[in-house]
Design a binder for this molecule. Sequence first.
Ligand code: 26Q
Length: 791
Amino acid sequence: MRATELRESILKHLEFSQGKDLAHASLYDMRMALTLAIRDRVIEPWFRATRATYAAQSKRVYYLSMEFLIGRLLEDAVMNIGLTEAAHEAISGLGHDFRAVLDDEPDAALGNGGLGRLAACFLDSLSTLGCPAYGYGIRYEHGLFRQSFGPDGRQVETAEDWLRQSHGWEFERPEAAFNIGFGGTVAESGRSAVWTPDNAVVAKAYDTPVIGWQGKWANTLRLWGAEPLSAFDLAAFNKGDFVGAAQPEAFARTISRVLYPDDTTEQGKELRLKQEFFFTAASLRDILRRFTAEHGDLSALPSRVAIQMNDTHPAIAGPELVRLLHDERGMEFEQAVDTARACLSYTNHTLLPEALERWPETLMSAVLPRHMQLIERIDALHAQQFPVRSTPIVEKGEVKMGELSFIMANRVNGVSALHTELVKSTVFADLHALHPERIINETNGVTPRRWLKGANHGLSTLITDTIGEGWEDNLERLVELEPAIEDRGFRDRFAAVKKTNKVHLSNWIGDQMGIAVNPDAMFDVQVKRFHEYKRQHLNILETIALWQEIRANPGAGWAPRVKIFGGKAAPGYVMAKEIIHLINNVARVINADAATRDLLTVVYPPNYNVTMAERLIPAADLSEQISTAGKEASGTGNMKFSLNGALTIGTLDGANVEIRDLVGPENFFLFGMTADEVVERRRHPDHASSAIAASPRLSAAIDLIEAGTFSNGDRSTYRGLTQNLRAHDYFTVCADFDSYWDAQRAVDTAWGDADHWMRMAALNTARSGWFSSDRTIKGYMKDVWNIQPMI
Ligand code: 26Q
């Protein structure tokens, strides 16, 4: 019945939206027709949610984020409205392959990694929980670059082009458009000021509905695209200046052209500051317009509006909201600051000094002159209110966006228990002493709809067969699996699901890379952005050492392993790219060694993204979460692996700490120094060289690299990397190596008892329910936003 209805709807869109008949429909046509048919069915709950929010005059959450790493939307939407089987039947009935139709959708990579994917999981949970919310961001024409590997194994970046085909999900909103100014001058006017920008672009809204689980509620992801005020300078054109005529267009479009791929070398770039102001200012204008349409008195703003700043990227929201209230609406300055603060909250995602945003005062004054003045007034006001010890926002000619965010927020949160404690004791120690109530913890989570139900059908079916339906939006119910784990039959089914996922992944690796991998081997997976603190080099050094040990002692009963890597390095991050280069060449050499072929394989499929994560994570046996303790704010991949029944080998960092507490230390492979021990160890100037001297295995692995084993005999290729390890090793790879090696051998031993391994794996799934982003969002609703669900 539902399949028949859907079939009619698909055929209608094929004819009237795509202008094709079935006989000539391409995969793209089929995908668009299905998308539009599904989108039609999302409209009713979407309108209903919007009307209910208006009618109840409910508070709304506005999640401001430079990144939304949403991936593909079709499969998720079909699943959420319960039409997976109907859609499968309808598409097959029309002579097309359902999987191929779903796989035709481009992966929307409007983000770099964890922070952007978290924003996407939050959108899913906000809708599932019936929390009235908007996500606000930038409609980048080009998302994160596409990664390939050159013949020498180096990363090659090419432009990503997700909007080349029409988007399908979005609605263009030409009427929701705001002029956003830059530069210019400020004129004093009584107690406030008038800012006259000398340049402006139009921010135009594009809306994508975000449907929650079972279609009960839907929110909006509103992304801003930049356009010129006037498309074309006709006067210049008529004078024969054809290039100059296109200038306004060129400047404006640059703003929403491309996602910044970097948190290290891209600091201080003027275009980035303009992007940040562009989407933040447009969002605030939109928020105030919506508020004013319903309410009169601006002092009521905080009871209706909660604005979340996803890291400091939208931190200009503080001064901009003050400007809108004070300069443009005549509110007293101090009241404007208090009102803005009562609306704003800030999530910190990193402690790495190089990732904390700072802008030169001169740049801020040139691009946003009025905001620079307001930042100084906010700074002065805070110093006046807290004269004891004040950490200035503006210091040594720089505007520190972390301090600005803290001072303008009513709540500041870290993203795991450990990270929050470090936020209190390090980056914001001074401000925390002045405002001891402000910093709270909201441990990250992931959406179980995409990361379990959608990505792992086999496990989802087993869970439903065992504990019944309803775990998808009540993930803590997974604990009900625990008694079943005692049952051998259940464990065998659990093992069979994992095996099937591994067979699928092996086939895919065979197709994509021409490498044969044994699905009975242990799949040991490290997928994430490349960064020295994440220590992919620790993993590859251990791989080299293991290869040597197997060669020396082939009959020692080794557990066969497939080491799988995935991830991109920022194009300007030289050391991270050197690690990628090394991994590819270690893979080439090891995979060619007949002596170890059945025991060790290294694969590194290029262009890791959300879609690839959905493929790899359900097939993983071992999850590598090996960052230097104190550096990974939370991690969210770690949660996805555990939920899908992989065991973790990891340090006491970020949310690993909480994962280990919940799944039980006996079901987790711990190694390495604690955050405190790392700090202490670094104080010894020879911490790296002494660790190398004490570890023959590590020493031999580094020697092999330096001997040119992985660079066709060239001894200089990886010198930058090995010298850094020997001399500096800030991320304490060397000092943690032996402990990591030992933990890996404990993994080998555990793998030897297949039934016990499956028991541990299943316990990881059963005890990971707390890591649902629904739990996280409930925490924000209660502790940060003070908002009630509508369903
Ligand atoms: C800053 C300035 C200029 C250009 C880019 C940036 C920039 C871009 C992206 C700074 C930071 C980011 C992304 C940070 C990020 O993804 N952090 C991760 O957030 C996750 C969600 O909370 C955590 O799980 C991870 O531990 C954390 O690394």
